[in-house]
Design a protein around this ligand. Structure first.
Ligand SMILES: NC(=O)c1ccc[n+]([C@@H]2O[C@H](COP(=O)([O-])OP(=O)(O)OC[C@H]3O[C@@H](n4cnc5c(N)ncnc54)[C@H](OP(=O)(O)O)[C@@H]3O)[C@@H](O)[C@H]2O)c1
Length: 247
């Protein structure tokens, strides 16, 4: 499905990004695993992919740092080749009620979850434009649509990604590049593991399918959007949340 394609997945050392890298590699893509802090986990994933006969490259950079990104992407283009698929997945949460939110927590969540998509996409896009083919997939969240108390920073960033997706889709459609967003609900990863048990219970009660989603389930959707078969889909948002929100 992705043979001959090179895919960069940000935040691929853990969780949803890891699952996407794994599925893309299984589908024949060469995958570039971006990570920031979890070097060992990224190395483990690369090994697992290579053991299964795939090809993986490690790309350590902070998605909130435009200088690091430019240097890393330039080096990747030289070493690995033209990037065909970009998944802007890296993300963090720093929750607190607005009145108590520290300015640095507002800023770091916006920089890591939203500005990152601008920085990384701007660095990678020239390759896709030249190649007249590309797939950009932005990982938003259900809370961009529903809101969530304690997450004004995160909700603002994830809602920003939706506008970013729609505007960019229009800018690059003429070059055969599609840009879409995935808005996951409650998915079992380190990010949701740290939620208080009571909040998890409330989430689970509200989800019609009565369970959390798995990172792999998000990865299957990303795989489809990255494929040739999804070539007529652009500027769209895909909800994957067990029925929690049916936008
Ligand atoms: N889990 C959910 O329920 C859920 C729901 C909706 C949306 N999402 C979104 O899905 C995406 C993945 O979430 P997840 O649940 O898989 O989270 P996770 O398990 O906490 O993993 C986050 C990933 O992002 C990377 N990352 C964080 N800051 C980074 C930075 N500055 N530069 C580069 N990489 C960075 C981490 O890498 P290092 O460890 O190497 O730093 C890690 O690989 C996020 O955008 C999240 O907002 C998640």
């Amino acid at each position: 499905m992705l043979t001959g394609k090179i895919a960069l997945i940000t935040g691929a050392s853990r969780g949803i990004g890891r699952a996407i890298a794994m599925e893309f590699a299984r589908a024949g893509a060469e995958v570039i695993i971006n990570f920031h802090r979890s070097k060992e986990k990224a190395e483990e994933l690369a090994k697992e992919i290579e053991n299964q006969g795939g090809k993986a490259y490690l790309a350590p950079f902070d998605v909130a740092n435009p200088k690091e990104i430019k240097e890393a992407v330039k080096a990747l283009e030289e070493k690995v080749g033209t990037i065909h698929i970009l998944v802007n997945n890296a993300g963090i949460t720093k929750d607190s009620l607005l009145l108590k939110m520290k300015e640095e927590d507002w800023e770091s969540v916006l920089r890591t979850n939203l500005f990152s998509a601008f920085y990384v996409t701007q660095a990678v896009l020239p390759m896709m434009l030249k190649n007249r083919w590309g797939r950009i997939i932005n990982i938003s969240s259900v809370v961009a649509f529903t809101g969530n108390p304690g997450q004004t920073n995160y909700c603002a960033a994830k809602a920003g990604l939706i506008g970013f997706t729609k505007a960019l889709a229009l800018e690059v459609a003429g070059r055969n590049i599609t840009v879409n967003a995935i808005a996951p609900g409650y998915i079992e990863t380190d990010m949701t593991e740290k939620l208080p048990e009571k909040i998890k219970e409330v989430f689970l009660q509200e989800i019609p399918l009565k369970r959390a989603g798995l990172p792999e389930e998000v990865a299957y959707l990303a795989l489809f959007l990255a494929s040739e078969q999804a070539s007529y889909i652009t500027g769209s948002v895909f909800h994957i949340n067990g029925g929690l929100y049916r936008g």
